[in-house]
Design a binder for this molecule. Structure first.
Ligand code: C2E
Ligand code: CA
Ligand code: CA
Length: 360
C-alpha cells in the first residue's frame, strides 16, 4: 500500500523500481538467479472503495498481465472485468473439452536435412472449440497451466501420441511437449511407464520436449523426474533453445539428447547478406556438436533457410516449408511413401500455402 501519493504515475514509478530491484541477479546455491515479477495496481477510490474490492481487482489485473508478458506492472482498467469473465468461461469449456472429445493432436514431421526423409514427428495439441474453429494454442495452453488442467490434458496427449505412433507405418520418433506443471508432478515417471506399457510403444521412440520455463522449477524434484524418465529410456530434448535467460546453464545441469533451435533464429536466416544470424546458428550447432547433441531447427519457412541450415550442419529440420502440422491420417500417408519419395519433402497438408498439386 502506497499512501500519500498525488498522481498515478507515482505508483507506476514505485512499481518499476520494485521490478528493477528484483531483477538484480544474485547467487543461490552457486546458480545465478534473477527474479521476475508482475504487479497489478488499483487506485483508491477510483477502482474501489474498500480493501476487498481493491485487492481483488489488483489480483485480477496481475493475473491478466502475467498471461500476456511477465516482468511488468499494469493498472486496473475496466476491460479487466470482461476479460476475466471471458477467461472463466474459457476455463469452464476447457474443463469439459476432454470429456467431450474436443481435443485432438496434429503431427508436424521432422525431416533429415540431407536425405529429406522423415525422422519423426512432434505432437501438437488442438482444441476445436464449440463456439467456433480451432482455438489458438497460445490462448489456451497457459490457461490450462494456470488452472492445473494441463495435467489431465497432458496425460491425454501422452497417451494419444503413443497410441498413434504405434500405428504409424514406420517406427519413427514421436515428440511430446511437457509443461512445467507436468514436470513437477510426482507421478509423471509412473505415468509414462504405464502409457508405454499399455500402448506398447518402445521407450526409445518417445522424446519429450522441455523448455527452460518448464525446467525452471524446484531443482531437486525436476532433476529426479528427468533421471527417472531417462532411466525409462525415453529421450529428452531442450526446446526453444537460445531464447531463455540461461540456456547454457541448463545444458550443464541436465543431460539432453537433442537441442531444438528456436524459430526466431531460423527466421532471421532469411537474408543471406546478414552475417549475425548465421554466426549465431553456427555457434549453437558448434556447441551442440561439441557436446555430441543432435539438433533440430524449428520454423524453417523458406528454401534459403533450409539451405543455410543444411550448410551449417543442422541434422534435422521442422517447419512449414517441409510440412505443416497435419492430422494423424495424413502423417500415416506421408510415412507410407517409400523412402526416397521425400526429396524434396513437401507433403500436402491442411492450411498449406503450397498448392496441392505440388505434392506427389
Ligand atoms: P513449440 O513446442 O515450439 O511448437 C512448435 C510451434 O511452431 C507449433 O505451434 C508449430 O505449429 C509452429 N511451427 C512449426 N513450423 C513453423 C513455421 O515454419 N513457421 C511458423 N510460424 N510456425 C511454425 P503450435 O502448434 O501453435 O504450438 C505452440 C506451442 O504450444 C508449442 O510450441 C508448445 O510450447 C505448446 N504446445 C503444443 N502442444 C502442446 C502439448 O501437447 N503440451 C504442451 N505442454 N504444450 C504444447
Ligand atoms: Ca516443442
Ligand atoms: Ca519450440
Amino acid at each position: 500500500i502506497q499512501a500519500d501519493i498525488e498522481q498515478p504515475y507515482e505508483a507506476a514509478e514505485l512499481a518499476q523500481t520494485t521490478l528493477d530491484d528484483l531483477e538484480q541477479p544474485f547467487v543461490l546455491e552457486h546458480q545465478e538467479v534473477r527474479l521476475r515479477a508482475t504487479i497489478g495496481i488499483t487506485l483508491f477510490p477510483e477502482d474501489g472503495d474498500n480493501t476487498e474490492k481493491l485487492l481483488q481487482k489488483a489480483e485480477q489485473t496481475m493475473t491478466l498481465a502475467k498471461s500476456r508478458s511477465r516482468n511488468r506492472y499494469q493498472f486496473y482498467i475496466a476491460s479487466v472485468d470482461s476479460e476475466m469473465r471471458r477467461r472463466r468461461e474459457l476455463q469452464k469449456h476447457l474443463r469439459e473439452a476432454l470429456a467431450r472429445n474436443e481435443l485432438h493432436l496434429v503431427y508436424q514431421p521432422v525431416f533429415d536435412s540431407h536425405t529429406g526423409e522423415p525422422v519423426g514427428a512432434e505432437a501438437l495439441l488442438r482444441w476445436t472449440h464449440p463456439t467456433g474453429g480451432q482455438t489458438a494454442l497460445l490462448s489456451f495452453i497457459p490457461l490450462a497451466e494456470e488452472t492445473g488442467l494441463i495435467v489431465p490434458i497432458g496425460a491425454w496427449v501422452l497417451h494419444r501420441a503413443c497410441a498413434d505412433a504405434v500405428q504409424w507405418p514406420r517406427p519413427l520418433r514421436v515428440c511430446v511437449n511437457l509443461s512445467a506443471m507436468q514436470l513437477r508432478s510426482r507421478h509423471l515417471v509412473d505415468e509414462v511407464r504405464r502409457v508405454l506399457a499399455v500402448t506398447g510403444l518402445p521407450a526409445a521412440r518417445l522424446e519429450f520436449e522441455l523448455t527452460e520455463t518448464a525446467l525452471a522449477t524446484e531443482g531437486g524434484l525436476v532433476t529426479e523426474t528427468l533421471q527417472g524418465l531417462r532411466a525409462l529410456g525415453v529421450g529428452l530434448a531442450l526446446d526453444d533453445f537460445g531464447t531463455g535467460f540461461s540456456s547454457l546453464a541448463y545444458l550443464q545441469r541436465f543431460r539432453f539428447d537433442r537441442l531444438k533451435i528456436d524459430r526466431s533464429f531460423v527466421q532471421s536466416l532469411a537474408d543471406p547478406a546478414e552475417e549475425t544470424p548465421r554466426a549465431l546458428v553456427g555457434a549453437i550447432l558448434g556447441l551442440a556438436d561439441a557436446l555430441g547433441l543432435p539438433c533440430t531447427a524449428e520454423g524453417g519457412e523458406t528454401t534459403q533457410q533450409r539451405v543455410a541450415l543444411t550448410q551449417l550442419g543442422c541434422g534435422s529440420l521442422q517447419g512449414y516449408l517441409l510440412a505443416r502440422p497435419m492430422p494423424v491420417a495424413a502423417l500415416a500417408d506421408l510415412l507410407a511413401q517409400p523412402p526416397g519419395a521425400g526429396q524434396p519433402a513437401r507433403p500436402a497438408a491442411p492450411r498449406s500455402p503450397v498448392p496441392a498439386a505440388a505434392s506427389a
